[in-house]
Ligand binder design. Structure first.
Ligand code: NAP
Length: 334
């Protein structure tokens, strides 16, 4: 009989995350209760926000704990079922965590649509794609001809935000951490320009890339890049606060940038945080729209694959230092 391979949180990171904070263990398959199903994981996403969960700064994730399976969304196949709405053989999106099998309640399962590549549910059709969609459209409220600036622009959320902004007729400037990523954004995804924040001339380069200022800043990072965006925003600008990845991988996050609220007041800027879950009632419609964009070739999906459960800790450490382009997915060996 199969065993359940699991990656547990062995210790909480004291400063930067290390793969030593995890351990790989083998346990028995979980039993399922009435109405539940047993899901065999096919793949799961490694996402920056789960580092905030380990830091204790993600309210929805609760207090960080050790001895539990590292959390993540994943896709899997139902291999045992006590629920007629979720029969054996169906593929689902759920919180698999970093493990090969999980017992799931029906309310935590989303059946994948037929004729759609299942891996899209970890990127554009999953949490990160919906975050890009609602954060830009509902919080940023882009108008044709406006300029949109995005940080962590070559990441899972960021590369989708930029392309949705292009679909809406905006001028798009990505900020990311390497020249290779900048090239990908412009050459492959159609961003108007991209700026490397690690370059010594970053501020000047950003100024040159945004001659008409910025109308919407989609903030995935906080920190220095948020500070630079505040000075480029036009009167009436909007900041969609999506995440603070520059401050997750540390035990001493910096306070926010200088100039708030003065800069916001003087330019009538709206700065608004959001959680994707705020828009749960609209997920189905957004999913249909995103599928339409992918099928028509308007939205390109960048995926970065890693193989084997045991490679997840290193893949997460590497993502936090900018190793990924697009959505990082761990594929389990069968
Ligand atoms: N509000 C919500 O409901 C919601 C939902 C999902 C995700 N999020 C947020 O969305 C953001 C992006 O998440 P993701 O999963 O798509 O991750 P991601 O962008 O694919 O990966 C993280 C990226 O952050 C960049 N980064 C790391 N340290 C940085 C630093 N000090 N300064 C600037 N950039 C840094 C790296 O790219 P570079 O090479 O460019 O440095 C890295 O590739 C996160 O802040 C996450 O918390 C929010």
């Amino acid at each position: 009989m199969d065993k359940n391979l699991q990656v547990l949180i062995k210790s909480l990171p004291k400063d930067k995350l290390s793969s030593d904070n995890y351990e790989l263990v083998e346990s028995n398959l979980p039993n399922i209760d009435e109405n539940e199903v047993l899901v065999k994981t096919i793949s799961f996403a490694i996402t920056a926000g789960t580092r905030a969960g380990l830091q204790g700064s993600a309210s929805y994730a609760g207090a960080p704990k050790t001895g539990i399976v590292m959390n993540s969304t994943g896709i899997g196949e139902i291999v045992e079922s006590k629920n007629e709405n979720f029969p054996v053989g169906k593929k689902v999106l759920t919180m698999t965590g970093w493990q090969s099998y999980s017992a799931q309640k029906p309310e935590s399962l989303t059946l994948l649509r037929d004729n759609v590549d299942p891996s899209l549910y970890l990127g554009p059709l999953g949490i990160n794609g919906l975050t890009a969609y609602f954060g830009l459209l509902e919080i940023g409220k882009p108008k044709e001809g406006e300029t949109v600036m995005i940080s962590a622009a070559a990441g899972s959320v960021g590369h989708l935000v930029g392309q949705i902004a292009k679909i809406k007729g905006c001028k798009v400037i990505g900020v990311c951490g390497s020249d290779e990523k900048c090239n990908t954004l412009v050459e492959e995804l159609g961003f108007d320009s991209a700026v490397n924040y690690k370059d010594a001339n970053y501020r000047q380069n950003l100024k040159e890339a945004t001659p008409n200022g910025v109308d919407i800043y989609f903030d995935n990072t906080g920190g220095m890049i948020l500070g630079s965006a505040l000075f480029r925003l036009n009167p009436g600008g909007r900041i969609a606060c999506c995440g603070v990845v520059s401050q997750y991988d540390t035990s001493s996050p910096e306070p926010g940038p200088k100039g708030i609220p003065g800069l916001l007041v003087n330019k009538s800027i709206r700065m608004e945080g959001f959680l994707v879950f705020d828009f749960a009632a609209k997920y189905e419609d957004a999913t249909s729209k995103i599928i339409e964009w992918i099928e028509s070739g308007k939205l390109k999906v960048l995926t970065d694959e890693v193989h084997g459960l045991g490679s997840a800790p290193e893949a997460f450490v590497d993502l936090l230092s900018g190793g990924n382009i697009g959505t990082r997915i761990v594929l389990l060996e069968n």
